[in-house]
Design a protein around this ligand. Structure first.
Ligand SMILES: [Cu+2]
Length: 207
């Protein structure tokens, strides 16, 4: 019995003083995230216009490298997918034909380019060195279209079907956020990003 009580006493004392010590010292510093996030929702009517909106930071300091992983635009089931692709300036985009018909890719933008016409399983690439909006069209199937939005910094996102977006890894600071849509007038909004925080944004787009 005696050993039981002394054992318990030591246990209780350890807990009490251990707890006190932790309270005094505080929790160990977590590796603080030096960047923040911007998240939110774009509203528009009709609801389908909430999707495929490019939300991006207009101007940010720094020099940025294109991603090692090259994004792709697929031509599949007679459609470009994704319909809207946002990329950092300097990024190489791969164009894939996944249909058993031949497709072409050309654009009237960027001084007009034509990547040619090719068959199933083949790929072409293009480097987008200048920022801007580039329509992607197919001269065989006039109903096909897509957009590549080339941006000066990597702080961008494309909204999902509900109009939601999230941009992570943004250095703290005050910025202008812009929303670009194929069909609606662009909108801008000031935004402040804090380290470790998420700034919530609501944007409304109109025609
Ligand atoms: Cu086509």
């Amino acid at each position: 019995m005696r050993s039981f009580w002394s054992f318990s006493l030591i246990g209780v004392l350890t807990l009490v003083f251990g707890g006190l010590a932790l309270m005094l010292v505080g929790s160990p510093p977590a590796s603080a995230d030096p960047t923040g996030s911007i998240a939110g929702e774009v509203s528009a009517r009709p609801a389908k216009n909430r999707a495929d909106v490019v939300v991006h930071v207009v101007k940010a300091a720094g020099s940025f490298r294109p991603p090692a992983q090259q994004p792709a635009i697929n031509q599949k089931a007679m459609k470009f997918a994704p319909h809207v692709l946002a990329i950092l300036r300097g990024t190489t985009v791969r164009f894939l034909n996944n249909d058993n018909v031949r497709h072409n890719v050309f654009s009237p933008d960027g001084g007009h380019y034509d990547l040619g016409t090719w068959g199933q399983g083949e790929t072409r690439t293009r480097v987008f060195a200048q920022s801007g909006v580039y329509r992607q069209l197919c001269n065989i199937h006039p109903e096909m279209s897509a957009f590549i939005v080339v941006l000066d910094n990597p702080y961008f996102a494309v909204t999902n079907g509900e109009g939601r977006f999230r941009i992570d890894g943004v250095p703290p600071g005050s910025y202008t956020l812009r929303a670009w849509s194929e069909r609606l007038r662009e909108a801008t909004q000031p935004v402040t990003v804090t380290a470790g925080g998420t700034t919530n944004i609501q944007m409304e787009l109109a025609r």
